[in-house]
Ligand binder design. Sequence first.
Ligand SMILES: Cc1cc2nc3c(=O)[nH]c(=O)nc-3n(C[C@H](O)[C@H](O)[C@H](O)COP(=O)(O)OP(=O)(O)OC[C@H]3O[C@@H](n4cnc5c(N)ncnc54)[C@H](O)[C@@H]3O)c2cc1C
Length: 386
Amino acid sequence: MSENTEVVVLGGGYGGVKAANRLARRAGVSVTLVNPRPDFVERIRLHQLVTGSDDAVESFGKVLGRNVRLVVDTATLIAPAERRVSLAGGTTLAYDHLVYAVGSGACAPGVPGAAEFAHAVADLDAARRLRSALAETPATAPVTVVGAGLTGLETAAELAETGRHVTLVCGGVLGPSLHARGRRSVARRLAALGVRVLEGAGTRVTEVTRDAVRLDDGRDVPGAVTVWTAGFGVPDLAAHSGLTTDAHGRLVTDATLTSVDDDRIVAAGDAGVITGRPFRMSCQAAVQLGTGAADTVLRRIAGKSPAPVRPLFAGQCLSLGREEGVTQFSYLDDRVNALHLSGRPAAGVKEIVCRSTLRQLVSGARKAGSRAVRDDTPDPRRNVPA
Ligand SMILES: Cc1cc2nc3c(=O)[nH]c(=O)nc-3n(C[C@H](O)[C@H](O)[C@H](O)COP(=O)(O)OP(=O)(O)OC[C@H]3O[C@@H](n4cnc5c(N)ncnc54)[C@H](O)[C@@H]3O)c2cc1C
């Protein structure tokens, strides 16, 4: 190995940025982060983008240390034997260690008509398209949100608070990851916002058309706009590169986040999965896994054995519109307990979590050589053309 160690981080989301900043603090380690767009996307605010209370974008100049070289491009293939990554722009990057942090986005619904007629909120482009579609739709027209996981609940509430007539189609239980008590609080808030909730048997969507969704009990739910929020999917880069992935396409790793195929590749965030210990895809896990991935690489560079990574969870924070929310507390292993907070205090908790997550990244950037932490202007020197 050369004296200078080259680390390439694929993906500039929560996990990738956290890992890159941490790695870039170490002398003798050069860090290159590859991301398709020149800005950091705050995915946990994308439902706010849809209604216009936030743009969900921050400058990489704010969250990425100056010691990290940013390449605005998309990785198309990893060649582990040659330790190279091909980029869509036509160049390749050589690495000594690779951090796989390509995250997640909307998953393919697998229901007739959904790809054609349903919108998503799970990535920036999709959320912007949804915002445009809503802008062209009369305010009184019905809107259908499919999926009652956290993203669906937040999206339905956010839309209803702006006066939209929202039907939430659960396809089963409302808020399956919540405790029954937390679930009841969410249901009360949705009722207060006027959201019509269809849950339980017979509410799985079997088809989406231009102006309705069809349920498996035969009912049609009319809607001018349909938003599909049922589940996240991951990029197929790892599978396409011949690396071992699980049924969802996540890179399979051991407890140190190291790929089971290659100890030069580690995963961070939604795009990876630890054998036998899958985590709920979340920003909460991604930032911790970013730290863990960086530490695994740094220990290997130092000739030491990496340590197992153990992310700890505190709960699930939901904003239900701008005014209220629900905070579902959990045990450290992410199993929910009976404690929850609702109303305005919970909305406050969610906002604190969003801000403190960003602050964590800004603080990491400062330690990795950022000079102007509050400077929103991207530094063109760090945008290396592909
Ligand atoms: C509306 C909404 C609300 C949410 N709220 C919460 C919440 O309150 N709490 C919580 O814990 N989680 C929440 N989440 C989930 C959370 O946003 C994700 O779990 C988190 O973003 C995962 O972080 P990550 O770093 O793994 O990936 P991401 O944040 O998805 O970042 C991955 C990055 O990799 C880039 N990338 C993709 N493919 C490539 C490629 N081939 N080459 C290079 N780069 C690539 C992507 O463009 C992206 O920039 C929410 C999600 C949504 C959509």
